[in-house]
Design a binder for this molecule. Structure first.
Ligand code: HEC
Ligand code: HEC
Length: 293
């Protein structure tokens, strides 16, 4: 082999080898990744924004595409009063435990899920009727959302869809009149919470995790919490610089902790549900929320 000619002849082989090696690495790396156990599946630790984006975009696009192809056309009597009543009964019994309802908090099992069951007041307004039908009938893989098609017939599923479209028009006091049992903790007896106390007893990092564990992010935009872009409640952006909370409360640590723990004792008509937040968790949440400036 003379001069620079040898490599010109061999290059196709080398290129092929490199491409094959690359493909092999690509094929094997998911297997290595899966076996290594390095992916953190703990529901308490949030997704990175990139992973969250991939998951939520896949989920939302999949619902739209599959519903358009597979869901039947809505029946003519969709808005029927009888359907509203039936849908509401079914929702109360089978769905509110995870998704909550106006003025009603999800129960414990719904709170610990990742992804958290979304608040349906806003989501059912945004989704088309056929999308709602498809999701309820088929459920969503790798989330806690069950498929209901073997539990309910089409009439019942369309009734749920009817009620979901009515639900966003109900005020919390209409869905859950005064006296409806709220939360699971006795009356709030917290000592006066001060800024100094938040500094000594509050743990902002723990508070940020607690905000997801109590599903606060299913209603509020909360900077620093992945996926917290809901608009059912007001944004908590710059909470540390606000003058007022919930319309008429001065923004003090004590008022914040009281309101988070017992919103309906503080403001009886509020749509913010009582999530049975413990005193320490509320203090940690407040410590985090006051870092938002
Ligand atoms: C065990 C908890 C659980 C129960 C019970 C449950 N869901 Fe869900 N639901 C979820 C979770 C988790 C998701 C997916 C979260 C996400 O979109 O990231 C979901 C998603 C949905 C969505 C799609 C929302 C969206 O943003 O795309 C709808 C609609 C819905 N559920 C309706 C219902 C109805 C109606 C019932 C009762 C028949 C019900 N769910 C019962 C947990 C639950
Ligand atoms: C079902 C939806 C929902 C959930 C879940 C929820 N909130 Fe709210 N939140 C609201 C609504 C609606 C308001 C407005 C209430 C008002 O002004 O009376 C509100 C108000 C607030 C406010 C006052 C904000 C302001 O700008 O005035 C704070 C702070 C707050 N929520 C914190 C939390 C925390 C912490 C959690 C979790 C423990 C939580 N919220 C869970 C709906 C929700």
């Amino acid at each position: 082999v003379i001069g620079g000619r040898w490599w010109t002849r061999r290059r196709p082989v080398t290129t092929l080898a490199v491409v094959l090696l690359l493909l092999l690495t690509l094929a094997v790396s998911p297997i290595v990744f899966a076996y290594s156990g390095i992916y953190d599946v703990a529901a308490t630790r949030q997704h990175t924004p990139a992973v969250y984006w991939v998951l939520i975009t896949t989920l939302r696009q999949s619902i739209t595409r599959h519903a358009a192809r597979e869901a039947p056309a809505p029946p003519a009597d969709l808005g029927d009063a009888g359907r509203v009543a039936l849908g509401r009964m079914l929702f109360d019994e089978h769905c509110a435990a995870c998704h909550g309802a106006p003025g009603i908090a999800p129960r414990a099992m719904g709170l610990g899920l990742t992804p958290a069951p979304p608040n349906l007041v806003t989501r059912s307004r945004d989704l088309a009727e056929r999308d709602l039908f498809w999701v309820i009938a088929n459920g969503i893989k790798m989330t806690g959302m069950p498929s209901w098609r073997y539990v309910f017939n089409d009439h019942e599923i369309w009734s749920l869809v009817t009620f979901l479209k009515v639900m966003p028009t109900l005020a919390p006091v209409e869905y859950a009149p005064a006296g409806t049992p709220q939360g699971e903790h006795p009356a709030v007896t917290a000592p006066q919470v001060t800024m100094a106390m938040l500094k000594s007893r509050g743990d902002a990092a723990r508070g940020r995790t607690a905000l997801r564990q109590y599903a606060c992010h299913t209603c509020h935009e909360i900077p620093g919490v992945t996926g917290a872009d809901a608009i059912t409640g007001p944004s908590l952006r710059a909470l540390g610089r606000r003058m007022y909370l919930a319309g008429g409360l001065l923004n003090t640590p004590d008022n914040l902790v009281q309101f988070v723990r017992a919103p309906r004792i503080v403001e009886p008509r509020t749509a913010m549900p009582d999530l049975a937040v413990s005193e320490q968790d509320a203090i940690d949440m407040a410590a985090y929320l006051y870092t938002l400036r």
